[in-house]
Structures are given as C-alpha cells and as structure tokens.
Design a protein around this ligand. Structure first.
Ligand code: PLP
Length: 444
C-alpha cells in the first residue's frame, strides 16, 4: 500500500464507503497510518489510545507477532480450503475451543463473525428441538443480519420490523434502573426468573426452542446479572427442554477475567456463540459450540447450516495463535490485576462526579452511566434520543485528548485491550476524569 496520502484516505472513505451506524454526512474518521499495542497513529503523527479495543474485539492489541506469523505461514501453505476438507488450523482450533469449554460441550461450527454465529445458533436450536420460538432480551445486541437483528432487542432491530414471527422479547435484570426495591440480588433474580417462567408458560413451553442471552450484556451497558439469575434461567431451560444459548461474542475470550463470562455464574449453556476475541480481529471468525447431545443428534440428522468461509484457514490459524498467546502471556492474570484498578478508578469517578450515576465493571469490561441528576437518576440524554448530540460531544472531548472509545445511549464504554498495563490505564483514566469534570461544569 502507501498509494494514498492521509487526506486521500479520509476523502475516499467519506466519498465511497458507507460507514456502519452513521449518518453519512456527519462522519469524521481518523485516517490511520500505524498501529502498535494499544495505540494508533494518524498520518500527522498524532497518537490515540484505543480504550474500547476497537469494537471490544482487539483483546491482544495491534502488531501481535505470533498471530501475524501464523497467518503468514498459513497463507504460504494455502489460503483457502472448503469446509468439507480437513485442514490443520481448522481441526486444531476446533479442538482448542472445545478443550476450553465446559465438559458438556461437544463440537463447534465456525462462522465469519458474531451475527452469523447467532443465526446458526438459533437454527441449530430449532432443528434440534423441533420447536420454533426464540426468547431474547430487550436490552441486547446480537448482530445486525436478519435473524440476529431480530434477536436484538434494542432499537437497532427497528429497521427489520415487523420481524420474524415467534421471536419473543423479555426484560433483563437492570437493577440500577429498577423501580422495585429488592432486598438482595437473589431476590431480584427470583423476581425476574419468575416473570420469565410465567411468560414462557403463556407462550407455550413446548413451542420454545431457545432462550438467548448475552451472558453479560455488552453494548447496552455492561449489565452484570445478579446472583442466582443465570442458574434460575438454566433451571427453566431444564424444566421445559429449552436450549440455553449464551452469546459470548463480546464477553468471551478473557474480557471479564475468565475465559468465558458464564464461568462467573456456575452455569453450563447448551449452545455458546462466540467471535471477536477468538482472533482479535486479525482475521474475522466466529462460531457456535454445541453440547455433546446436540452434536450427537446431527450424527444422523442433516446439519442444515453452511457458509463458504466456515472455518477459513487464515482465520483459524490466527485463532490458534491467539489462544496460545492468551495462555502464554497469562492474559487472564493481567485482566484481573488491571481490572481491579479499573474498578477502583471507576468508583472514584462515581464518587467525585455529579454526572456519573453508575459504573459497572468486571475484568476489563466497563461502562459509565451518565445522568443529569444523581438523585433522580435521570439519564444525561433521554432513551433513544440525543437531539443536541451531547454524547457525541463527550466522545469528541475524549478523542481530543487521545482517548478513543464509543458511547451508547447515556453510557461511555471503557474496555481497553487486555494487554494494557496499570500505568497506561491510570494515564488514560486521568483524561476521563478531566472530561467528566467538563461535563459536570457545562452539561448538567
Ligand atoms: N453479539 C454480541 C454480544 C455483540 O456484541 C456483537 C457485536 O458487537 C454481535 C453479536 C455481532 O457480532 P458481529 O458484529 O461480528 O456480527
């Protein structure tokens, strides 16, 4: 490459690319010339720190030698082989993924990313159970293709409506915004699980194929389920023969301090979808893990799923190297050590800034919920609306300091690459502190 100047890169981007989730007339992308570790540089040499791991996928940062070399080596051997051929990188990665899953898991079907992982997860649940209804939650994002977009509960689903019959939404436990006073997390869980069970009874349990949940809700605010909630959902699934599908696309592969987020809650799902952190974006890859029972069912039933690029050898080579790197670099230890500091810094922000209503964090996965008034908890911008572009302005203020992240509704996300050091984190959170002071002074 090197054929275009920075200005041309930006100009062509604006002129010819349709950029995701944006009004095209107002985009202002950084033309990126270089990236290393947790940093990126534009063509003028300005450095930015990636405090969202791009789209919460670049867990190991940029320039990881081991992954780059693995991709090169695979490219030299061959770049592509159809899914029906046995390929070393694909075979090995499948084994490595299953070895890292709970002991009830049997096989994996590889996809290109998270949305098609969820598409195939619900298709497999429907084929296996012979049922058609799919439950998922309002505060969720599961992808933007048609099926995954219908699973999604938040407004990014609206363009797909009226949507697919049989897709039913339910409410998740979001205790910060709950009106009912619960005496404990367990009491809240009992309430929500009870409501879910009631809803399933009204929908007809024999028609429900699956309950799909982000194990920890990601882009809708890092909402961590209260104690007892996921085991309660597991119990409903067992009672009615419903498949429990955990979407680990964002929370999986170390983000929360364990390899998979469901490990925090002592549950074993029937089906797990994953993507992002399996290759950290070096080449795109996703997948669906299914239990041994489901895998055995397809021994003599047709698995009616297929993708030209299912288990692309380059992606699988990246995946093998990536998982090896997580182990060797003891990434989980870093997430837990630096994550503890992140939690402390976030609590300080909550204590000192009137605009910070709540902070939620686990490992290096966190969000800051901004409010107009701490007492009433009124969000800084109303749900689904931000006519004055307030959140965009705050993201711009952070960007001006070199702190790159994104917002959703009234929340800011802090989910840096899992390789970040404590010193780097402290340096960046100081910038967040300064910006929140500006918000306190000018926006409340
Ligand atoms: N599921 C979750 C929880 C996600 O956060 C995302 C993307 O952010 C997806 C699914 C969709 O993944 P992809 O963008 O790779 O299709």
């Amino acid at each position: 490459m090197g054929k275009l100047s920075g200005e041309q890169v930006k100009a062509y981007h604006k002129q010819y690319n349709l950029q995701s989730w944006s009004k095209q007339g107002s985009i202002n992308p950084i033309p990126v010339e270089k990236a290393e570790g947790i940093y990126i540089w534009d063509y003028e040499g300005n450095r930015y720190t990636d405090m969202s791991s791009q789209l919460v996928n670049l867990n190991v940062g940029h320039g990881n030698r081991r992954i780059i070399d693995a991709i090169k080596e695979q490219a030299e051997q061959f770049c592509y082989m159809a899914p029906s051929y046995a390929v070393e990188s694909r075979s090995l990665l499948a084994k490595m993924v299953i070895d890292r899953m709970p002991d009830n898991m049997g096989k994996v079907f590889f996809t290109n990313g998270g949305a098609d992982a969820n598409e195939n997860a619900i298709k497999i649940a429907r084929m296996y159970t012979g049922r058609n209804k799919i439950f998922s939650r309002y505060r969720s994002y599961h992808g933007s293709t048609f099926g995954a977009g219908n699973l999604t509960g938040e407004p990014r689903r609206y363009p797909l409506e009226p949507g697919i019959p049989g897709f039913v939404k339910f409410f998740d436990p979001y205790l910060y915004r709950e009106q009912l006073p619960f005496e404990s997390e367990e009491a809240a869980s009992a309430y929500y699980v009870g409501k879910l069970r009631e809803q399933i009874c009204y929908e007809g349990p024999d028609s429900v194929a699956a309950i799909v949940m982000e194990t920890i809700t990601g882009s809708n605010g890092v909402i961590i389920p209260p104690k007892g909630y996921l085991p309660g959902v597991r119990k409903i699934c067992d009672e009615f023969g419903i498949m429990m599908i955990c979407d680990e696309v964002m929370a999986g592969f170390g983000r929360t301090g364990k390899l998979f987020a469901f490990e925090h809650f002592d549950v074993k799902p029937d089906i797990v979808s994953f993507a992002k952190g399996i290759t950290c974006g070096y080449v795109q890859l996703g997948g669906v893990c299914v239990s041994k029972e489901i895998a055995a069912y397809f021994d003599d039933h047709l698995l009616s799923c297929g993708l030209t690029y299912s288990g692309h050898p380059l992606a699988c080579a990246a995946g093998v190297a990536c998982l090896e790197y997580y182990d060797e670099a003891k990434i989980l230890d870093n997430v837990n050590a630096v994550g503890k500091v992140l939690g402390e810094l976030l609590e300080q922000l909550k204590e000192t800034h009137p605009c910070v209503g709540d902070v939620r964090y686990i490992g290096l996965f966190s969000s800051i919920e901004l409010v107009k008034d701490k007492g009433t908890r009124e969000p800084l911008v109303p749900y689904g609306k931000d006519p004055e572009g307030i959140m965009g302005k705050i993201i711009g203020m952070l960007r001006a300091k070199g702190f790159m992240t994104y917002s959703h509704e009234n929340m800011l996300f802090v989910s840096p690459p899992l390789i970040i050091t404590e010193a780097q984190l402290r340096e960046e959170m100081e910038k967040m502190d300064q910006v929140l002071t500006q918000v306190d002074q000018t926006m409340l």
